[in-house]
Each structure stands twice: as C-alpha cells, then as structure tokens.
Design a protein around this ligand. Structure first.
Ligand SMILES: Cc1cc2nc3c(=O)[nH]c(=O)nc-3n(C[C@H](O)[C@H](O)[C@H](O)COP(=O)(O)OP(=O)(O)OC[C@H]3O[C@@H](n4cnc5c(N)ncnc54)[C@H](O)[C@@H]3O)c2cc1C
Length: 304
C-alpha cells in the first residue's frame, strides 16, 4: 500500500467503505478508493495495478451500483471529484468524465441547446452516463455524442467516434478495462420555449413516478420488451416487500430502496425474489440494469 500511496498524486483512501460512494449507501470497503489528480496519475495507477495484478474498478458517483457487503478486493478509481474540465463553444461541448451530468444538462439549456434536457434529474457523472447510455423521457446521452477518449488498463489512449460505439437501451460497448476520460457532443439550437417544455415534462414526470426521498440506485431491472419491469413486479404482488431495511418501493416497484441500514444481501434477496416470481408467473427473465461489484458468481444470477 505504501508503494501505491507513493505514486498517487490525487487522494487515496485506504480500506474505504463503498457505502460512502454509492447512492444506495451500501457496500463494504475497497482496498483503496482513489480520486486521481489527472491523466498522468491515472496512467501511473493503472500501470502499477497491472504490474502487481491488482484488480481496478472504474466508477463514477455510484448511482447505478450495488457493492457487496464484503467490499471490493481491488482499487476503485473515480473521476467524480477531479476530472472536471468543461467547455461549451457555440453548439459544441467538451467535458471530462467527472463532470456531473446535471451540469451538462443545465449549461446546455442555458445556451438554448437541445438534446440533453430530458435527462434533467438523472444523477451521476458523464462517464457513468456514457457507460450506461443513460436515458429518460425519450432522450439518451448517446444521441448527440461525437466522440469519447478512453485509457485502457494498460495505459493506452484511444479515441472512439460515436458511430464506432454500440449504444442501445441502457447498454454501451465500452469494455470494463476502458476508463472514460472525456467526451465531445454537438447539440442543436432550439427555442427556449420548446426546451423548457421538454425539461418541465421530464422533471415533473420524474417527481411523480420516482420515490426520490429514499436512497436507491434508480431502476433495478431493465424493462423487458413488452412490459415495464415495475409493472411485472407489482403484478406478482411484491410492491412493499421488505427485508430488513431494504424494500421494493410502494411508489415504483422497480426501485428498491434503503430505509437506512439495508445491506447488499438484503437487496440481492429482493432481487432474487422478484426475478423468481416474475419468471414463474410471466415466463419473463428480468435482467439487471444496476451494475454489481464484489459478489460471488451466482449470488445474484440465480433464476437466470
Ligand atoms: C434516483 C435515481 C434516478 C435515476 N434515474 C435514471 C434515469 O432516469 N435514467 C437512467 O438512465 N438512469 C437513471 N439512474 C441510474 C444512474 O443515475 C445512471 O445510470 C447514471 O448514469 C450512473 O452514473 P454514475 O456516475 O453514478 O455511474 P456509476 O453508478 O458509478 O457507474 C455505472 C457504470 O459505469 C461505469 N463507469 C462509471 N464511470 C466510469 C468511467 N469514468 N470510466 C469507465 N467506466 C465508468 C461503472 O463501472 C459502472 O459499470 C437513476 C439513479 C437514481 C439513484
């Protein structure tokens, strides 16, 4: 650890509880939670980890993550506090992966640029939004994307054009060993009235439909083709199902919430139950939208 500490220029928190870095407020300690200072720092950390065969996990602000109570046997690297470069010129945006999505949305609305306003209220960083292809109310982060710069875990820099990345519903083809550094967008000018209407619709839709007072990671499952996951979970009678401090929201059954001291095993138990009941009643396999770190194989995949 001392050797790692000596090469890191940013901040390194040893044995850091991941509950402090996830919107669920759940997750045991990572060996090291690092906020790198800059690209050089990222490069040195990745080369160090490769040399000593230490697993590295890239996260943003943890708003789509369930981390195991047993923690993460590896280094966690997040740009959320440091990679914050952001520039808008005419219709073009350049932003580093640690910029919050909310900032991108607000700054583009201010300049009467359309394309991101329906994402108002989606938590998280730009890096996380790109990996998840975050979307809401008909818009997706990939719609006006031009290119993305990444660094591989071997320290190589690459730039992808948008057309070279596969994006679909809550999916992108970035590999888990690719750290997103920066992205470029080209938005369109639009009248402030139209942008404001779209923003308003998204904002009030979110407030009506989502249990925003409680800790969650947003939708737990992707919506299957024909039905919303929340509808199916509701139909099998699981709305309000509670294990310890973890609950399937009574407000929106695809949001599982932490009432205070929920553990990852309580959330995973609810996930297993929802998958099982929906499969047995509807013959539909629910697929996780949230990303998981630190679990044993099959701990969550039961009933797949
Ligand atoms: C209340 C609430 C409402 C939500 N509503 C929506 C919604 O309407 N639509 C929607 O799409 N999502 C929604 N979400 C989910 C979440 O906000 C998005 O998925 C968000 O884009 C995740 O960003 P993040 O920075 O928190 O990523 P994280 O949760 O930290 O990570 C998500 C994934 O991205 C990877 N990743 C993150 N940063 C990097 C990086 N720099 N380089 C490489 N990989 C990286 C991680 O490894 C992980 O696989 C909601 C969540 C909450 C809590």
């Amino acid at each position: 650890m001392n050797e790692l500490r000596s090469i890191v220029k940013g901040s390194l928190l040893e044995n850091e509880p991941m509950s402090k870095h996830t919107s669920y407020g759940i997750g045991g300690p990572a060996i090291a939670y690092i906020t790198p200072k800059d690209r050089n720092d990222i490069y040195n950390i990745l080369i160090f980890a490769t040399k000593f065969e230490i697993p590295v996990y890239f996260i943003g602000s943890g708003s789509n993550l369930l981390v195991s109570d047993n923690g993460i046997k590896g280094i966690v690297l997040s740009p959320a506090k440091s990679l914050k470069f952001f520039k808008i010129e005419n219709n073009s945006i350049i932003a580093e992966s640690g910029v919050m999505l909310g900032k991108l949305v607000k700054e583009s609305i201010k300049r009467n640029l359309t394309g991101l306003e329906s994402l108002i209220g989606v938590p998280g960083t730009l890096g996380g939004a790109l990996v998840m292809n975050a979307g809401a109310f008909g818009g997706e982060i990939s719609n006006y994307l031009i290119s993305v710069d990444i660094m591989t875990s071997k320290g190589e820099l690459k730039s992808y054009k948008s057309k070279d990345i596969d994006f679909s519903y809550r999916f992108s083809s970035f590999r888990t060993d690719e750290f997103i550094l920066l992205a470029r967008f080209e938005l369109k000018s639009e009248s402030p009235e139209i942008i404001s209407k779209k923003r308003q619709q998204a904002s009030s839709g979110r407030k009506t439909n989502q249990p925003l007072r409680f800790r969650s990671a947003g939708s737990v499952f992707k919506n299957p083709k024909k039905y919303a996951a929340g509808y199916l979970i509701d139909k099998v009678g699981l709305k309000g199902k509670r294990i310890g401090d973890a609950e399937i929201s009574t407000h929106h059954a695809n949001f599982f919430i932490n009432h205070g001291n929920a553990s990852s095993s309580e959330i995973t138990e609810l996930i297993r139950i929802a998958k099982k009941e929906v499969y047995e009643k509807f013959n539909i396999k629910l697929e996780l939208e949230i990303k998981t770190i630190g679990f044993e194989k099959n701990q969550i995949e039961a009933y797949d």
